[in-house]
Design a protein around this ligand. Structure first.
Ligand SMILES: Nc1ncnc2c1ncn2[C@@H]1O[C@H](COP(=O)(O)OP(=O)(O)OP(=O)(O)O)[C@@H](O)[C@H]1O
Ligand SMILES: [Mg+2]
Length: 251
């Protein structure tokens, strides 16, 4: 099992779009894949036409987090073979205060993810935009932390703050893999920032995701762009991102 997180402390940068398409690509290539929607807003749950779990936090999830009970019955099938999802849950809304109150809080969610994902080849985490106890757990357990970076000055700052946090918390920096997201090549600020960051940030992935109305329309299709528009350049970009991530997972 390998765990791939889509993470940024910045909102609206393409975490969910990446998580959904990478999970789809992974299953399509014959890997048994579990997508965990850790964001209580439930965007990836929505894209896979799975219902979020009620208005109430699931007792099973809470028990599983606090008392290490099995939560596999909360996993749902999607319309796609080999692709399962743990839907967004209200329990995740207060995850930080929940974790704060229990022993080994820096590991508990990590254990939960590892237990739940043990029968899968790939586990993809769609994370909410917070830098917190939850994020620490995600960083600890993930093999790769993918960070979508929109090539503007503000995103550069987010990335350097995150790198600093990794250093201070003594996480393996090699897990951090940023990639450019929502790229508009015609925009001067985008191309300048990309050239600069490619020089200073050696861990930046080669693949990048263009800004595209096709990706935006995932909300109306309620499916990954790779599924409803496989020949589109943005689908090609997600395929390349998936292949690059897979190549990093090889020993
Ligand atoms: N490459 C892209 N081109 C155009 N629109 C995009 C692209 N990627 C994402 N979007 C749109 O931008 C919005 C935010 O994208 P997404 O939900 O993937 O970001 P996020 O980082 O998960 O956001 P949040 O922090 O709210 O969870 C969505 O409406 C999505 O359709
Ligand atoms: Mg999201």
């Amino acid at each position: 099992m390998k765990i791939i997180a889509c993470y940024s402390s910045k909102g609206g940068v393409g975490k969910t779009s990446a998580a959904v398409n990478l999970a789809y690509a992974s299953a399509k290539h014959g890997l048994k894949t579990l997508l965990i929607d850790l964001d209580q807003q439930g965007a990836s749950t929505f894209y896979f036409r799975v219902r979020p779990e009620k208005a109430q936090p699931s007792k099973t999830i809470i028990r599983s987090l606090v008392q290490k009970r099995d939560a596999t019955k909360e996993i749902r099938e999607t319309d796609f073979e080999l692709l399962h999802i743990l839907p967004a849950n209200q329990a995740f809304r207060n995850l930080d205060s929940l974790l704060d109150g229990i022993k080994k809080s820096k590991r508990r969610l990590a254990d939960f993810i590892e237990d739940l994902g043990s029968s899968y080849d790939r586990v993809i985490l769609d994370c909410p935009p917070t830098l917190s106890l939850m994020a620490e757990n995600v960083f600890r357990t993930s093999d790769i932390v993918l960070i979508p970076v929109v090539p503007t000055t503000l995103s550069e700052r987010t990335l350097s703050q995150l790198t600093e946090f990794f250093k201070e918390a003594d996480f393996k920096k090699k897990k951090l893999r940023p990639f450019f997201s929502m790229v508009e090549k015609r925009k001067r600020i985008h191309s300048d920032t990309m050239s600069r960051l490619r020089l200073s940030e050696k861990r930046m992935l080669r693949s990048s995701i263009p800004y595209s109305a096709e990706i935006e329309s995932m909300g109306t299709h309620r499916a990954p762009v790779l599924q409803f528009s496989p020949a589109h350049p943005s689908s090609q970009a997600f395929r390349e991102l998936w292949m690059e991530v897979e190549s990093l997972l090889k020993p």
